[in-house]
Design a binder for this molecule. Structure first.
Ligand SMILES: [Zn+2]
Length: 198
Protein backbone atom coordinates (compact mmCIF):
# COMPACT_ATOMS: atom_id res chain seq x y z
CA UNK A 1 0.00 0.00 0.00
CA UNK A 2 2.65 2.49 1.01
CA UNK A 3 4.68 1.66 -2.07
CA UNK A 4 1.63 2.17 -4.30
CA UNK A 5 0.91 5.62 -2.82
CA UNK A 6 4.56 6.55 -3.20
CA UNK A 7 4.56 5.47 -6.83
CA UNK A 8 1.48 7.52 -7.62
CA UNK A 9 2.89 10.69 -6.10
CA UNK A 10 6.13 10.44 -8.06
CA UNK A 11 4.91 8.64 -11.13
CA UNK A 12 6.80 9.61 -14.22
CA UNK A 13 9.45 11.69 -12.48
CA UNK A 14 12.33 11.15 -10.13
CA UNK A 15 11.71 11.75 -6.42
CA UNK A 16 12.71 15.31 -5.53
CA UNK A 17 15.71 14.36 -3.44
CA UNK A 18 17.38 12.86 -6.48
CA UNK A 19 17.51 16.23 -8.16
CA UNK A 20 20.84 18.00 -8.14
CA UNK A 21 20.74 21.32 -6.26
CA UNK A 22 21.55 24.26 -8.52
CA UNK A 23 25.13 25.54 -8.32
CA UNK A 24 26.52 22.06 -7.84
CA UNK A 25 28.42 20.14 -10.47
CA UNK A 26 30.06 16.75 -10.41
CA UNK A 27 33.70 16.00 -11.02
CA UNK A 28 35.94 12.97 -10.73
CA UNK A 29 37.87 12.73 -7.46
CA UNK A 30 40.44 10.34 -6.09
CA UNK A 31 38.42 7.70 -4.25
CA UNK A 32 40.99 7.54 -1.44
CA UNK A 33 41.69 11.20 -0.71
CA UNK A 34 38.61 12.90 -2.17
CA UNK A 35 40.89 15.45 -3.86
CA UNK A 36 41.34 16.27 -7.54
CA UNK A 37 42.81 13.10 -9.06
CA UNK A 38 46.31 12.85 -10.46
CA UNK A 39 47.03 10.57 -13.42
CA UNK A 40 48.25 7.93 -10.96
CA UNK A 41 45.12 7.95 -8.75
CA UNK A 42 43.91 4.65 -10.08
CA UNK A 43 40.56 4.49 -8.27
CA UNK A 44 38.37 7.49 -9.00
CA UNK A 45 34.82 8.38 -8.06
CA UNK A 46 32.37 11.16 -8.87
CA UNK A 47 31.66 13.79 -6.25
CA UNK A 48 29.69 17.02 -6.03
CA UNK A 49 31.53 20.31 -6.01
CA UNK A 50 30.72 24.01 -6.21
CA UNK A 51 32.56 25.51 -9.20
CA UNK A 52 34.90 28.28 -8.12
CA UNK A 53 34.43 27.54 -4.42
CA UNK A 54 35.35 23.93 -3.74
CA UNK A 55 39.11 23.55 -3.38
CA UNK A 56 40.95 22.27 -6.44
CA UNK A 57 43.90 20.82 -4.55
CA UNK A 58 45.41 17.86 -6.35
CA UNK A 59 45.58 14.52 -4.58
CA UNK A 60 48.59 14.57 -2.27
CA UNK A 61 48.28 10.97 -1.21
CA UNK A 62 49.20 9.16 -4.40
CA UNK A 63 52.66 9.83 -5.66
CA UNK A 64 54.93 8.36 -8.24
CA UNK A 65 58.37 7.54 -6.91
CA UNK A 66 61.48 6.44 -8.74
CA UNK A 67 63.20 3.23 -7.84
CA UNK A 68 66.12 3.83 -5.52
CA UNK A 69 69.11 1.48 -5.63
CA UNK A 70 70.34 2.84 -2.27
CA UNK A 71 67.24 1.73 -0.38
CA UNK A 72 66.27 -1.15 -2.65
CA UNK A 73 62.78 0.30 -3.00
CA UNK A 74 61.05 -0.26 -6.31
CA UNK A 75 59.57 2.67 -8.18
CA UNK A 76 55.88 3.07 -8.86
CA UNK A 77 52.77 4.61 -7.38
CA UNK A 78 52.70 4.79 -3.59
CA UNK A 79 50.07 5.92 -1.15
CA UNK A 80 51.85 8.31 1.19
CA UNK A 81 49.73 9.95 3.88
CA UNK A 82 51.45 13.04 5.18
CA UNK A 83 50.67 13.62 8.86
CA UNK A 84 48.55 16.71 8.15
CA UNK A 85 46.42 14.88 5.56
CA UNK A 86 45.99 12.07 8.02
CA UNK A 87 45.03 14.42 10.85
CA UNK A 88 42.46 16.04 8.56
CA UNK A 89 40.92 12.70 7.64
CA UNK A 90 40.81 11.60 11.26
CA UNK A 91 39.01 14.86 12.03
CA UNK A 92 36.48 13.95 9.35
CA UNK A 93 35.96 10.53 10.90
CA UNK A 94 37.83 8.85 8.05
CA UNK A 95 40.57 7.28 10.14
CA UNK A 96 40.13 3.96 8.38
CA UNK A 97 40.95 5.55 5.04
CA UNK A 98 44.16 6.92 6.46
CA UNK A 99 45.51 3.47 7.22
CA UNK A 100 45.37 1.36 10.32
CA UNK A 101 47.75 2.29 13.05
CA UNK A 102 49.34 -0.81 14.43
CA UNK A 103 49.43 -0.80 18.24
CA UNK A 104 52.99 -1.21 19.40
CA UNK A 105 54.22 -0.44 15.90
CA UNK A 106 54.91 3.17 16.70
CA UNK A 107 57.08 5.23 14.44
CA UNK A 108 59.50 7.72 15.91
CA UNK A 109 61.86 10.24 14.37
CA UNK A 110 65.24 9.56 15.95
CA UNK A 111 67.08 12.29 14.06
CA UNK A 112 66.79 15.26 14.10
CA UNK A 113 65.54 15.73 17.64
CA UNK A 114 62.55 17.89 18.49
CA UNK A 115 63.27 21.64 18.27
CA UNK A 116 66.89 21.00 17.28
CA UNK A 117 68.86 24.08 16.29
CA UNK A 118 71.36 24.16 13.46
CA UNK A 119 73.70 26.84 12.20
CA UNK A 120 74.58 27.27 8.55
CA UNK A 121 78.14 28.44 7.97
CA UNK A 122 78.29 30.53 4.85
CA UNK A 123 81.91 29.63 4.18
CA UNK A 124 81.34 25.88 4.32
CA UNK A 125 80.25 23.85 1.30
CA UNK A 126 76.49 23.24 1.35
CA UNK A 127 76.98 19.55 0.70
CA UNK A 128 78.59 19.19 4.10
CA UNK A 129 75.76 20.97 5.89
CA UNK A 130 73.05 18.40 5.88
CA UNK A 131 70.87 16.96 8.60
CA UNK A 132 70.38 13.25 8.98
CA UNK A 133 66.77 12.08 8.87
CA UNK A 134 66.33 8.72 10.55
CA UNK A 135 63.32 6.95 11.95
CA UNK A 136 62.80 3.99 14.22
CA UNK A 137 59.83 1.69 14.37
CA UNK A 138 59.30 -1.15 16.81
CA UNK A 139 57.23 -3.13 14.35
CA UNK A 140 59.12 -5.91 12.61
CA UNK A 141 58.59 -4.46 9.19
CA UNK A 142 60.39 -3.59 6.04
CA UNK A 143 57.77 -0.98 5.19
CA UNK A 144 58.90 2.20 3.48
CA UNK A 145 59.12 5.40 5.53
CA UNK A 146 57.94 8.61 3.86
CA UNK A 147 59.80 11.79 4.80
CA UNK A 148 58.13 15.17 4.43
CA UNK A 149 60.01 18.45 4.76
CA UNK A 150 57.64 21.40 5.09
CA UNK A 151 54.81 19.12 3.93
CA UNK A 152 56.50 18.16 0.68
CA UNK A 153 57.54 14.55 0.15
CA UNK A 154 61.32 14.60 0.29
CA UNK A 155 62.40 10.98 0.38
CA UNK A 156 61.29 7.40 0.79
CA UNK A 157 63.52 5.14 2.87
CA UNK A 158 63.30 2.16 5.16
CA UNK A 159 63.70 2.19 8.95
CA UNK A 160 67.40 2.26 9.80
CA UNK A 161 68.34 3.82 6.46
CA UNK A 162 69.02 7.50 7.00
CA UNK A 163 68.65 10.14 4.32
CA UNK A 164 70.23 13.61 4.35
CA UNK A 165 68.44 16.91 3.90
CA UNK A 166 70.49 20.00 2.93
CA UNK A 167 69.89 22.64 5.59
CA UNK A 168 68.04 25.81 4.68
CA UNK A 169 67.59 28.85 6.88
CA UNK A 170 64.35 29.13 8.81
CA UNK A 171 61.92 26.93 10.71
CA UNK A 172 61.10 23.62 9.11
CA UNK A 173 58.75 20.80 9.91
CA UNK A 174 60.09 17.32 9.35
CA UNK A 175 57.54 14.56 9.35
CA UNK A 176 57.70 10.85 8.77
CA UNK A 177 54.91 8.39 8.11
CA UNK A 178 54.53 4.77 7.12
CA UNK A 179 51.84 3.17 5.00
CA UNK A 180 49.93 2.02 8.10
CA UNK A 181 49.22 5.52 9.36
CA UNK A 182 51.93 5.79 12.02
CA UNK A 183 53.42 9.25 12.02
CA UNK A 184 55.87 11.46 13.88
CA UNK A 185 56.81 15.07 13.38
CA UNK A 186 59.53 17.39 14.67
CA UNK A 187 60.37 21.01 14.08
CA UNK A 188 63.89 22.32 13.55
CA UNK A 189 65.39 25.80 13.45
CA UNK A 190 68.21 26.74 11.12
CA UNK A 191 70.10 30.00 11.54
CA UNK A 192 72.86 31.38 9.33
CA UNK A 193 76.16 32.26 10.94
CA UNK A 194 77.12 35.74 9.79
CA UNK A 195 80.88 36.31 10.01
CA UNK A 196 81.79 39.15 12.41
CA UNK A 197 82.90 42.32 10.64
CA UNK A 198 86.34 43.80 11.20
ZN1 LIG B 1 44.83 9.90 -5.16
Amino acid sequence: MAYEAFRQIYSGKAPPWFEKPSGLATRPVCARSGAVPQPFCLVQANDFFIPGISPATPCAVHRQIRSNPDTGLAGGVVEAWSPDVEAFLRGQGMAAAAGNSVPGGRLRIASPTRDARFVLHEAMPRLRQQVRLAGTTDAATNDPLYWFVDRELFAVTRAGQPVFWPLKQGRHSIACSDSRGNTDQVEIHVATLIPARE
